[in-house]
Design a protein around this ligand. Structure first.
Ligand code: UDP
Ligand code: MG
Length: 314
């Protein structure tokens, strides 16, 4: 069986297009298919649409509805947990992940020993240039300083074997950064490229600021390089300050103490003070993550699923 996991947040407009497009393609697929839609606390009629889907295709369509918006990462995790298929794929509801790739992806996985077929955008067309620039910068930094390789332009859209899904489910951390987790668990992955597409309907929920925060999360969750950099910067300024101190004391002893040098003194104090705050901030970020992680809260809370509908009917 093939499980299709779809996180949905305010997707009432795109969902009908999505189901239609995938159903059309499913004729080329010999596997039986189950859909797992995860309603991530949408404020529009997404849940109603999902219930409607379930009525149309009761055997095929399952849904999970959260008690509030927990974010795409949580929705993905819930969907993967619920998936029963031997092959599992993760798709966005907005048709930015082309379903016509699915038959080929299945073929690739079944005819070779790879465990995962990922997809990547071959270009960043239709994206603001500033965003592309920062996206590229992020991948450069994370691949240089992080412990996990991340592929530029790789989407979350991927087809995985049961073995790999189970490995991902074993990663139970609260601060989830899927792009990193997919690559951290290992297994053989091959990438298919396709041209970037616009969403069919609705609007993206990612602003520049939310993407920026997301990338900082990615850096911190998969790398302790910022901590190392902070310690290096601290050590360097310490050594520099020590040398300067010796120089100043010697100069005062030899040439006397003219009361000049206030501006430079103040700038040095400000500079070092700033460095300390920066390093404290970096450390604080990590402590914040540890704090959230040790609270051990559930990653998501379910309000209802398609099983509740059945119970109501009985
Ligand atoms: N999504 C979600 N929870 C959120 C935000 C987004 O489940 O808090 C879903 C959304 O419904 C879509 C997918 O994640 O299916 C990708 O979101 P979007 O298209 O807004 O992101 P983009 O494609 O612009 O990266
Ligand atoms: Mg999208």
């Amino acid at each position: 069986m093939l499980s299709i996991v779809v996180p949905c947040y305010n997707e009432e407009e795109s969902l009908p297009f999505f189901l239609k497009a995938v159903e059309q393609r499913s004729r080329e697929i010999t596997h039986s298919i189950e859909y797992i839609f995860v309603n991530d606390g949408s404020t529009d009629a997404t849940l109603t649409v999902l219930k409607e889907f379930h009525h149309q295709l009761p055997k095929k369509v399952r849904f999970i509805s959260f008690s509030r918006n927990f974010g795409k990462e949580a929705a993905l995790y819930a969907g993967l947990q619920a998936a029963k298929g031997d092959l599992v794929t993760v798709m966005d509801a907005d048709l930015q992940d082309p379903p016509e790739l699915l038959p080929k992806m299945i073929q690739m996985i079944e005819n070779s020993d790879i465990d995962c077929v990922g997809t990547r955008r071959s270009d960043r067309q239709g994206e603001p240039p500033v965003r592309s620039f920062f996206a590229r910068l992020f991948y450069k930094v994370i691949n240089k300083y992080g412990d996990t390789e991340m592929i530029d332009g790789a989407r979350d859209f991927r087809l995985m074997t049961r073995q790999m899904v189970d490995a991902i489910l074993d990663v139970t951390e609260y601060n989830r950064f899927s792009k990193g987790i997919f690559s951290w668990v290992g297994f053989k992955t091959e990438y298919l490229s396709y041209e970037n597409r616009e969403r069919v309907a609705g609007e993206t929920t990612w602003s520049f600021w939310s993407l920026f925060k997301y990338s900082i999360d990615g850096l911190i969750n998969f790398s302790d390089a910022p901590l190392t950099i902070a310690s290096f910067v601290g050590a360097f300024s310490c050594v520099g300050a020590g040398i300067a101190l010796i120089f100043i004391v010697l100069r005062a002893l030899i040439f006397g103490d003219p009361t000049s040098g206030w501006p430079s003194l103040v700038s040095v104090i400000l500079f070092v003070g700033g460095l300390q705050l920066l390093c404290l901030g970096i450390i604080g970020k990590y402590i914040g993550k540890i704090f959230l992680e040790t609270k051990n809260r559930p990653i998501y809370i379910i309000k209802e699923t398609e099983k509740d509908l059945l119970d109501k009917k009985l």
